[in-house]
Design a protein around this ligand. Structure first.
Ligand code: SF4
Length: 420
C-alpha cells in the first residue's frame, strides 16, 4: 500500500472520527515496562483541544467509515454519499507507532463503522490493540470503542489490551433510538457495558488474591450521548446518565450537542444547532451529581425538566430552595457547604481546614477564594450580617446576574483601555 493511499485514508477516517467527543484520556496508570514505548501514568495524558473544544492529543480515527447501519444523525451512515475507506489492522498499528515516535500523539482513540457485523468489526479493533501491546510493546494510552452487539468474549479480550472502553449509547431514550437508529437495539449497548462492568469487578477482586492478575480496562468505561437530535428533556438525559453511573459504574458520560451535518426528515431542521451553553449546563449537572452529592431529582424533575441557560444548575437549585439557607460557614457540614453557590469543592476543604483554628469571617472567605458575589446571599459567618434579608429568589438572581454583567463590562473596558 502506497504512502499516499494511507495518507488519503487517514484524512477520511480522522475526519469521520471528529464527531466523537468521548476521548478524554485521564485515569489510567499504565507504566512503561520492558523498556517499551510510552506510558500512561498518574496525571493521565496531556490533551490539546481544537478550537471547537475537541480533544486531539490522541490519534483519533475510525478503522473504517463503511457501515451497514443507517443512523440518521451519523455522517457515516450507509445512505450518506461520502468517500469511504478502511484501514488494515497493521496500518493503524504502524501509524500509531510512527506518530508516537514523532511526538505527535500520546495514544490511540480507535472507533469504527460496522462492516459485516459487530463481531467482525470488534475483532479487528481488538487485533490493533493486541498487536500494539504484544508486538510493539506499546504502553501508551489506548481507548477502544466497543461495537454494540459484540460478543462477551471479544469484550473480555478488549479490556485486557485497552485502557478505556466505551460504547456510545448516542440517543438518550429507547424511543429516540428506535426513531433515529432503527437497526440498533438498546440491549446491544447494555450487554457490553454490563460485561465490562463485571469484568472490572472480577479482575479487581482476583488481583487482591493474585498480585500478577492484569488490570482490566484500568481507565474504566464511558459513553456518549447526542443532545438535541431526538427531543429528550434535560431531565430525561440526566436520568439516563444517572442510571449508567449507578448501574454500570461508568467513569464518564459525554454530552455532544447535535450538529446538523446532513438532511434527514427524522432530524431537527438544518440550522437548529444545539447551543454550546446547553452542553455546558449538562456537564455542570453531571459534575454536581458525581462530586457534590446532588441527586439528579434535586436538580431536575417533572416540575423543572430543563436546565436554566442563564444561571448554573447549583445556583438554580439554591434559588428554588431558599428555605435551606442561610448556611453557617462555621458550623455547616461538608455536604451543605458544597451546596452554596460560589463555593467549589476545593474551597469546601479549605473552609473545613481553616475553621479548626478560628471562626471564619468575610475576609477569611475572600482569602480562601470564595466567589462572594454569589455566596453572600446564602451564607452567614462570624460577625457578619446575613446579606439576603428579605430578598426573593428573583431579586437575588437579578443582583447576581447584574454583578456578573458589570464585572464583565469592567474587564472589557479595562482591556479596551489598553488600546487607548
Ligand atoms: S452504527 Fe455507528 S457508524 Fe454506523 S451509522 Fe450508526 S452511529 Fe454511524
Amino acid at each position: 500500500m502506497s504512502f499516499e493511499r494511507v495518507q488519503e485514508k487517514l484524512k477520511i477516517l480522522a475526519d469521520a472520527a471528529k464527531y466523537d467527543v468521548s476521548c478524554s484520556s485521564s485515569g489510567s496508570k499504565r507504566n512503561n515496562k520492558n523498556k517499551g514505548l510510552g506510558n500512561a501514568t498518574g496525571m493521565g495524558i496531556c490533551h490539546s483541544y481544537t478550537e471547537d473544544g475537541r480533544c486531539v492529543s490522541l490519534l483519533k480515527i475510525l478503522l473504517t467509515n463503511h457501515c451497514i447501519y443507517d443512523c440518521a444523525y451519523c455522517v457515516t451512515r450507509k445512505s450518506n454519499d461520502i468517500k469511504r475507506a478502511a484501514f488494515k489492522v497493521q496500518e493503524v498499528v504502524d501509524l500509531t507507532i510512527q506518530f508516537y515516535r514523532r511526538n505527535y500523539i500520546e495514544g490511540l482513540f480507535l472507533s469504527s463503522g460496522i462492516f459485516k457485523n459487530a463481531d467482525y468489526t470488534m475483532e479487528r479493533l481488538v487485533a490493533v490493540a493486541k498487536k500494539l501491546r504484544n508486538e510493539e510493546n506499546f504502553n501508551g494510552y489506548i481507548h477502544l470503542k466497543s461495537i454494540p452487539g459484540a460478543s462477551d468474549e471479544l469484550m473480555r479480550e478488549a479490556g485486557l489490551y485497552a485502557d478505556r472502553l466505551s460504547v456510545n449509547i448516542e440517543i438518550p431514550s429507547k424511543s429516540g433510538l428506535k426513531k433515529l437508529a432503527p437497526d440498533k437495539n438498546f440491549d446491544d449497548f447494555i450487554q457490553p457495558m454490563n460485561k465490562v462492568k463485571n469484568e472490572i469487578i472480577q479482575y479487581q477482586s482476583e488481583k487482591k488474591i493474585i498480585k500478577s492478575t492484569p488490570i482490566y480496562a484500568p481507565a474504566g468505561q464511558s459513553t456518549q450521548m447526542i443532545i438535541g437530535a431526538s427531543g429528550e428533556s434535560d431531565f430525561q438525559i440526566m436520568q439516563t446518565s444517572n442510571h449508567f453511573y449507578k448501574k454500570y459504574h461508568l467513569k464518564r458520560v459525554y454530552y455532544s450537542g447535535y450538529v446538523p451535518i446532513s438532511y434527514d426528515n427524522r432530524l431537527p431542521k438544518i440550522g437548529s444547532e444545539v447551543p454550546m451553553l446547553r452542553e455546558n449546563r449538562l456537564y455542570q449537572t453531571d459534575w454536581l451529581m458525581r462530586f457534590y452529592g446532588f441527586h439528579v431529582n434535586e436538580i431536575l424533575n417533572t416540575q423543572h425538566q430543563h436546565l436554566d441557560l442563564d444561571i448554573d444548575p447549583k445556583l438554580s437549585w439554591a434559588l428554588r430552595n431558599l428555605h435551606e439557607f442561610p448556611i453557617d460557614i462555621n458550623t455547616a457540614d461538608k455536604r451543605m457547604l458544597a451546596r452554596i453557590p460560589g463555593v467549589g469543592m476545593q474551597s469546601v476543604h479549605k473552609i473545613i481546614h481553616a475553621r479548626r483554628y478560628r471562626k471564619l469571617n468575610w475576609e477569611h472567605l475572600k482569602k480562601i477564594g470564595i466567589t462572594l458575589n454569589r455566596a453572600r446571599y446564602f451564607i452567614t459567618c462570624h460577625s457578619q450580617e446575613f446579606e439576603r434579608r428579605d430578598l426573593t429568589a428573583e431579586n437575588i438572581k437579578g443582583l447576581i446576574l447584574q454583578k456578573g454583567k458589570s464585572k464583565y463590562q469592567t474587564t472589557l473596558s479595562n482591556q479596551l483601555s489598553l488600546f487607548d
